[in-house]
Design a protein around this ligand. Structure first.
Ligand SMILES: [Zn+2]
Length: 451
């Protein structure tokens, strides 16, 4: 089946927004997809006369963009939707962890892991998000969990970097099992690599990791050349804990433990001070921003502009919220203005920098050869088609504000990942959404009962 869709295909009559360096908007544009990459890009008139034999796909004036990327997500969180948490509502972030996430993750079986992943992947394809960096936890089903997720990613035809979150909160045996799962999966990717999968080393957060466990993780990851994927200063509680444990703030503690570096992702960084921002910049550590999650947990807003100014690489993730990255972009655009009482904060082009330029550079950490986040000859063919026909002029220059104010989730009609069509005319081609939904509902009911 893959072969049919991986042959040469000419997309015609599209409005192409190339993004990337020197972005342009090509009216009545065309793209030649060959195998997994874009082989040619131009106007329909030019390309249609050059490539007679190519299979045609008439985009009928739709806006075609590079597909979205997500710098941080949790597939395992899918079963939380609509779940009632017994007792008083959580009044702070540690209570949210204890009452919601650390109860849900313990309830998950490997089949739950598979279906919560599939649910998220359906959502990703539906919303044109093709590259996702996942952070997984299922303390009662650790061994093999990353394989289960990897298989679902392969079925979907998406691209994902996986890790298991090591933590001391479930005891030393499970901490060791978490380390082993990261190592096992990373080794499997070395011996039997899949170009659309990658591995990194997962850590929950400083507040649930002892110095001893951090040292074990550094030793295990070092042998495999892996960086880390870790929540950093998401809430003030992480800083208080770190100062109590070590006398150091979180970023300094993690740096001294050997965690930071250009292959490491520091998630959130809401409560980092100037010294920590400098240290993230000096070590070329990645930070990622998840504004919907931060708003939902009431933890504050990350100093994203200060981090960018200091030279920190900052990407955009969703932390398990919908895989509709246009919604995350809108949240980023809005929340900094409100937080700073300044409508100049976080301008649209800066949001685009996080979502496309920075996320594509982050993707290169795991897929060095994948040119993502821009349409150009030789780039990987990861595309999203938007049935978007604006009532005002659209240019390469004002595209950010069209995406922020005009585009809604319902506009996405097609998704292509590495040249393979995963959704066309809103029909999913790789996953059976109805069957996934039905089984997921059964499993989620049982998981809720186990809580
Ligand atoms: Zn997270």
């Amino acid at each position: 089946m893959a072969e049919e869709t991986r042959t040469r295909m000419l997309v015609t009559h599209a409005r192409l927004a190339t993004l990337g360096k020197d972005p342009i908007l090509v009216e009545d544009g065309a793209l030649l997809i060959e195998d997994d990459h874009i082989a040619a890009l131009g106007t329909t008139a030019d390309l249609a006369s050059q490539y007679h034999a190519a299979e045609r796909w008439d985009a009928d004036g739709q806006l075609v963009l590079p597909a979205s990327m997500c710098a941080h997500t949790h597939y395992y969180g899918a079963f939380a939707r609509g779940m009632a948490i017994p007792g008083e509502p959580a009044s702070n972030f540690p209570q949210i962890l204890e009452r919601l996430w650390w109860r849900l993750d313990k309830a998950l079986t490997l089949e739950d892991v598979r279906y919560s992943t599939l649910v998220c992947l359906v959502d990703a394809i539906r919303h044109g998000t093709t590259t996702l960096i996942d952070h997984h936890a299922s303390p009662n089903s650790i061994e093999g969990s990353l394989d289960v997720i990897a298989e679902a990613v392969q079925e979907a035809g998406l691209r994902s970097c996986l890790c298991y979150e090591v933590t001391d909160r479930d005891g030393p045996e499970r901490a060791r099992a978490g380390i082993a799962e990261n190592v096992r999966f990373a080794r499997s990717q070395i011996s039997n690599p899949d170009p659309q999968l990658a591995a990194t080393f997962g850590l929950h957060a400083s507040l649930t990791l002892s110095d001893g466990t951090l040292a074990d993780c550094v030793a295990a990851a070092g042998e495999l050349g892996l960086g880390f994927h870790v929540h950093v200063a998401e809430d003030g509680a992480d800083q208080e804990d770190s100062l109590r444990r070590s006398g150091k703030r979180v970023v300094h503690r993690l740096h001294d433990a050997g965690i930071l570096g250009p292959r490491t992702l520091a998630i959130h960084c809401v409560h980092v001070d100037e010294g920590e921002i400098d240290l993230l910049a000096q070590t070329d550590t990645w930070a990622t921003h998840q504004p919907r999650s931060n708003m939902n947990n009431g933890v504050g807003v990350a100093p994203v502009e200060a981090m960018l100014q200091a030279g920190v690489n900052v990407g955009l993730g969703n932390d398990g919220f919908s895989n509709q990255m246009f919604a995350e972009m809108k949240a980023a655009y809005l929340v900094h203005k409100l937080w700073q009482h300044d409508p100049r904060a976080m301008p649209g082009d800066l949001v685009m920098r996080l979502a496309y330029a920075n996320n594509s550079r982050l993707a290169r950490v795991f897929w060095p050869d994948a040119g993502l986040g821009a349409l150009r000859e030789g780039a990987t063919a990861d595309l999203v088609f938007l049935d978007y026909h604006p009532t005002t002029p659209l240019t390469a220059g004002n595209l950010p504000w069209h995406l922020l104010f005009g585009v809604e989730a319902s506009a996405v009609t097609a998704t292509v990942c590495a040249g393979r069509v995963l959704m066309r005319d809103r029909q999913l081609l790789t996953l059976d959404e109805e069957a996934i939904t039905a089984r997921s509902r059964e499993l989620a009911t049982q998981a809720w009962e186990r809580l």
